[in-house]
Design a binder for this molecule. Structure first.
Ligand SMILES: C[S@@+](CC[C@H](N)C(=O)[O-])C[C@H]1O[C@@H](n2cnc3c(N)ncnc32)[C@H](O)[C@@H]1O
Length: 251
């Protein structure tokens, strides 16, 4: 059994979520159930059918460009993907970043053990750990009892996780507290849409966000925030098209 599987066995996720002071624990438990039963084994296929190869390339390019934009990250940057899920974007983003930051160290945090198990099988070069986006520092502290995780990160990003978080301002505050003062944070998520069925189908808690609302919420914790739409994203198989935004945040 791998060290990661050993670690998963030692952690009781419901207890961890309570200890991390997450609000509405029953909502988080529902999220874990959704991702364990409906997405862990199918996540990569879902993403592919949803955005298509071209859309995925655009998303990855937006994340990598945002993370490599000034201020420059150090060669040995510590980079964290929050809500990394099955690691579909994590591995692709990290592969591209590594070309520019050859000594970087990569970490992936998520709420759902089953999602991280899929990620862990993909690569030994990422350190996965359990936690909640609303309290990254506390999550790191808990995971550090078993794994080697830094206190703070030079770059933190998340892809399609924010609309699963009840209180988004707590997420921005948590990102700010966990990122180095000369680092940066980045969030990709859905713009406001009208597909109410996503709540049931995808376990979504928010039907996307207006970019202005994201800027306002992020500016409470970061001194410089840029939010823009990622052009040319649409669903290829369902006929439902939701735009995406990317927010780049500097402490
Ligand atoms: C839609 S998936 C996105 C996964 C991955 N980033 C991707 O784009 O394929 C959302 C992920 O966020 C995780 N998640 C939901 N709420 C979370 C929270 N409060 N803290 C950390 N992770 C959370 C879920 O377990 C799930 O893996």
């Amino acid at each position: 059994m791998s060290a990661f599987e050993d670690y998963l066995k030692s952690v009781e996720i419901q207890k961890l979520v309570k200890e991390l002071g997450a609000s509405k624990i029953e909502t988080l438990i529902k999220e874990i159930k959704h991702f364990t039963e409906k997405e862990a084994k199918r996540r990569d296929k879902i993403v592919l059918s949803y955005f298509g190869e071209d859309g995925i390339k655009r998303i990855i390019d937006s994340i990598v460009q945002g993370l490599l934009s000034p201020p420059k990250l150090r060669k040995n940057a510590k980079v964290l993907d929050v809500g990394a899920g099955s690691g579909f974007f994590t591995t692709k983003v990290f592969d591209k970043l590594r070309r520019h930051l050859p000594e970087a160290a990569f970490y992936a945090m998520d709420l759902t053990p089953a999602m991280l198990q899929v990620l862990a099988r993909k690569t030994p070069e990422v350190t996965p750990f359990l936690g909640v986006a609303e309290n990254i520092r506390g999550s790191v502290e808990q995971a550090s009892r078993y794994l080697n995780i830094p206190d703070k990160f030079d770059a933190i990003f998340s892809t399609l996780m924010l609309h699963h978080c009840l209180k988004i301002e707590r997420v921005f505050e948590s990102f700010r507290k966990a990122v180095e003062v000369d680092g940066k944070a980045l969030v990709v998520d859905l713009c406001k849409h009208s597909f109410k069925e996503f709540r049931e189908e995808m376990g979504d808690l928010h039907l996307g966000f207006k970019p202005e609302l994201i800027k306002e919420a992020a500016e409470k914790h970061f001194s410089k925030v840029q939010v823009k739409k990622i052009p040319g994203i649409c669903c290829t198989d369902s006929g439902r098209s939701a735009e995406l935004f990317v927010a780049v945040m500097i402490p």
